[in-house]
Design a protein around this ligand. Structure first.
Ligand code: ADP
Ligand code: GN1
Ligand code: MG
Length: 366
């Protein structure tokens, strides 16, 4: 608490810190919820995050990205006559006007706590997932006129699946913690499927797929839903950078359209729910479908499979490296996560044609 108080003195918070606790289910940053007493007025909560600087090396650039993107979204919300305080994140500045604070212990930033919202780990129904699709489709629209070249690439080659495969091969060779022999089946699966790893990145390099401002981490729990109205706010903006719209679409399906948790051990429970796929696609395309080129539309089903494959490769790499990237809560969790992703990839392969038909049906209506 003493340390927390010292950190809090660096920020322009209102009131006196009375409670702090770890918060949320993110795999990357250390997130805390802070409670502030405001002497007679209702207490106020804030989000404080210790930024993972092993992963995000350029914190200055990262925070400038977030400030610029949230300002742009806020201006758009105002222009539409909507509540600009709840539709996106609001950075709380430091007492000397900075976007984050550097201490001996790391880099911290703070946000207004978006009250009366939920962050979900699983989709409860079709409508909810359609709303997620609309949230990320709208995000695409809100940033369509934002200059992508002004953004810092916070993690270079983040969705370069070819590079992710090369990193896996290096991890297998290094076998830092002696786990490679025990995951031969997963390594073989990754290797057998790597032929298609370059489809999106090469499409971008050839200029066939436009580079846009994308979120790049479109997990269900990176959107907050208002408990009463269902209105959404897209959060976790660390990876907002130039990218392909297919990364955003595919990654949402990977996590949210799965019939099981990301670390489910019983693989017989893991598959992609086509009804959920359809719901998300409807929400997403209803809001940003008119912006997409025919090449992008055609690759939507494939993007779900590729983003899932890529994530599986990343979990496997991290397992082989000794769990140094993603937060884990028990030994072997990264391997469990890798296995669900690869099971989903196999399931999606069999559903490619159905996904294609769904997309065609929706785009025909646009
Ligand atoms: P990570 O990069 O580790 O995933 P996130 O930025 O996604 O970190 O934050 C982790 C969780 O904290 C989110 O999934 C959400 O539940 C919660 N959270 C983050 N920011 C806010 C906010 N401004 N208001 C309310 N909850 C938040
Ligand atoms: C991480 O931060 P979080 O939990 O929203 C990761 C994503 C992965 C995801 C897998 C910066 O997302 O790329 O898809 O875990 N974020 C980063 O659950 O690597
Ligand atoms: Mg997150």
């Amino acid at each position: 608490m003493k340390e927390m108080e010292a950190i809090c003195r660096l920020f322009a918070f209102e009131g006196r810190l009375i409670h702090a606790e770890p918060y949320g289910c993110g795999h990357i940053n250390d997130t805390y919820c802070l409670w502030f007493d405001r002497g007679g007025r209702p207490p106020r909560r804030y989000i404080l995050q210790r930024i993972n600087t092993d992963i995000f090396r350029d914190v200055d650039g990262l925070m400038r990205n977030i400030a610029a993107v949230t300002e742009h979204i806020r201006a758009g919300l105002r222009a539409e006559g909507r509540d600009d305080s709840r539709g996106t994140l609001t950075v709380i500045p430091t007492v000397d006007g900075g976007l984050y604070a550097r201490t001996d212990d790391g880099c911290y930033r703070a946000y207004v706590f978006l009250e009366n919202t939920v962050s979900l780990q699983t989709v409860e129904n079709r409508d909810r997932f359609a709303a997620l699709g609309r949230a990320f489709g709208r995000f695409q629209k809100q940033l369509a006129d934002f200059d992508a070249s002004s953004l810092v690439e916070t993690i270079p080659d983040f969705h370069n699946t070819v590079r992710r495969c090369i990193a896996l091969e290096a991890a297998v060779k290094r076998d830092a913690v002696g786990r490679a022999a025990s995951v031969a089946a997963e390594i073989a699966f990754a290797d057998a499927k790597k032929g298609e790893a370059g489809v999106l990145i090469e499409g971008a390099e050839r200029g066939e797929l436009p580079v846009r401002v994308t979120h790049n981490d479109t997990k269900l729990n990176n959107v907050l839903f208002d408990i009463d109205s269902g209105e959404t706010a897209v959060i976790d903006l660390d990876t907002v950078m130039p990218g392909l719209v297919l990364y955003d679409f595919g990654d949402s399906i990977r996590f949210g359209a799965s019939t099981a948790a990301e670390d489910e051990k019983d693989l017989s429970r893991v598959g992609m729910d086509l009804t959920l796929f359809e719901a998300y696609a409807e929400g997403f395309l209803e809001t940003c479908g008119d912006m997409l080129t025919s090449a992008e539309r055609e690759l939507l089903p494939f993007s779900a499979r590729l983003m899932t494959y890529e994530c599986g490769v990343r979990f496997l790499t991290d397992y082989l490296e000794g769990d140094v990237y993603f937060k884990t809560h028990y030994p072997g969790q990264n391997l469990d996560r890798c296995r669900t992703q690869f099971r989903l990839v196999a399931d999606m392969e069999g559903k490619q044609e159905q996904m294609r038909r769904i997309i065609n049906r929706i785009t025909a209506r646009l």
